[in-house]
Design a protein around this ligand. Structure first.
Ligand code: PLP
Length: 441
């Protein structure tokens, strides 16, 4: 530490602005003080309405305060709030297990529950290490798996997540993700290169006999919303099978209908050994988990992992209601339809604003990448567009290692009217930001 931290005075009894007492470690995209929220809209305490196309970072897939989720939570909260999993069983968890077995691939029907995405990622690593008796984990360039010490060590999307926190957990190796747009290669060339590099990694840095698992986001999330070329994930799975390495998919951001399937890996007919879930699973209640093959889970020694709150009764009740609402209201189909419409709308705008050089995604996991004329990332412009959108009542988030990708993750209940409203604001914001920053045309 450079300087000694000065001793502070006790806080006054009545705080002038409680916000000033929050840790500065939290970054803030906006200064909105939210009053309430409904469907795709957030309402500030100043009476302003915002179209929330962040979904709280891909969480409120059923929209804010979906009536079915609210009712399930209200009913559960009056029955039992905390029914600790090591002490008793509770019905919402058993109902959730039933619901998950109906929507997940049939071979994945053994579950562990926790609270956050990072916690579920860590659980997958602990399971993999203990079940295989191997130590190492392979992740991909641009990955985001969370911010706890273990998960941070698996995260390679930006140095901001690890600066000042070294040394990291050992035993993590990084292979290239097939970001064809950034490499400037065809899908085929990129796939061949990346699969070959994965083989090189296994030949030169982490021997297959020491490699417990490959952990991958089926669509790169925080790293830039990059769907892989069609053949890539099957190639990775085949390499895993060849060497007895577990193939684990992190569906924290891509899961729960976001891409038009319950889980994004279904787009490529894969058979992962472990699926990591969180975010959209419970419409905003802190719940996460992993689903694994039962024979794999059977090798996880009783008592060697757990947590006080994992699989909380209210969160599980919210998850059951979330899955029911998604199924009964056709939200997956809507995600596919609205996602296509959104990409079409963004591509039309890209003709007028060529600085938005690549529009991509699956379902309602859509993004536009901003670049300078020479192809370099243009994060400053993307940031300004996001700010101009906020001023006009639309909330969007950036992503990508250079912050030059704007992601669109509206709730899966949006209709054409909501998309038109969002695209209209976005168009104005693009024009305003381009005028301020100066974008090429
Ligand atoms: N994995 C992925 C793919 C994510 O996108 C995230 C969060 O954005 C995480 C893991 C970590 O989840 P949490 O922030 O709930 O710990």
């Amino acid at each position: 530490m450079d300087k000694e931290v000065p001793l502070s005075q006790p806080a006054p009894t009545q705080l002038e602005d409680p916000r000033a007492h929050l840790s500065p470690v939290w970054s803030h995209y906006t200064d909105i003080l939210v009053d309430h929220a409904e469907g795709p809209y957030l309402y500030g305490d100043d009476g302003r309405r915002y179209l929330d196309f962040t979904s709280g970072i891909g969480v409120t897939n059923t929209g804010h305060c979906h009536p079915r989720v609210v009712a399930a939570v209200q009913e559960q909260v009056a029955k039992v709030i905390h029914a600790q999993v090591n002490i008793v069983y509770h019905r919402p968890m058993l109902a959730l297990v039933q619901a998950l077995t109906e929507i997940l691939p049939p071979h994945l029907h053994s579950f562990f529950f926790s609270n956050s995405g990072a916690e579920a990622v860590e659980a997958s690593v602990k399971l993999a290490r203990q079940a295989t008796r191997r130590t190492n984990i392979i992740v991909f360039q641009g990955s985001f798996h969370g911010r706890t010490v273990g998960a941070m060590s698996l995260t390679t999307s930006n140095t901001v997540y690890r600066v000042g926190y070294q040394p990291l957990m050992a035993g993590v190796f990084v292979a290239p993700f097939p970001y064809a747009y950034r490499y400037g290669w065809s899908d085929e060339e990129t796939t061949t290169f990346c699969l070959n590099e994965l083989r090189v990694l296994l030949q030169t840095q982490t021997a297959p006999g020491e490699t417990a698992a490959v952990l991958i986001e089926p669509i790169l999330g925080e790293g830039g919303y990059v769907p892989p070329p069609p053949a890539f994930l099957a190639g990775v799975q085949a390499i895993c099978r060849e060497h007895g390495i577990l193939f684990m998919v992190d569906e924290v951001q891509t899961g729960f209908g976001r891409t038009g399937k319950w889980m994004a890996h279904e787009h490529w007919n894969l058979e992962p050994d472990v699926v990591v879930m969180a975010k959209g699973i419970a419409s905003g209640f802190p719940l996460s988990g992993i689903a694994a093959r039962p024979e794999l889970m059977a090798r996880w020694q009783t008592g060697t992992h757990g947590g006080t709150y994992g699989g909380n009764a209210i969160a599980c009740a919210a998850a059951v209601a979330t899955i029911g609402a998604m199924r009964d209201e056709g939200m997956l189909e809507n995600a596919t339809k609205m996602g296509d419409a959104l990409q079409t709308g963004l591509r039309q705008l890209a003709q007028r604003f060529p600085v938005m050089d690549d529009v991509r995604g699956k379902g309602l996991m859509v993004a536009a990448e901003f670049v300078h004329e020479n192809g370099d990332p243009f994060g400053k412009l993307a940031k300004q567009v996001v700010a101009e959108c906020k001023t006009r009542g639309l909330l969007l988030l950036p992503c990508g290692s250079w912050g030059n990708v704007i992601r669109w993750i509206p709730p899966l209940i949006v209709d054409e009217g909501h998309l038109d409203e969002g695209l209209g604001i976005f168009e104005e914001a693009l024009a305003a930001a381009s005028a301020t920053i100066g974008a090429h045309s």
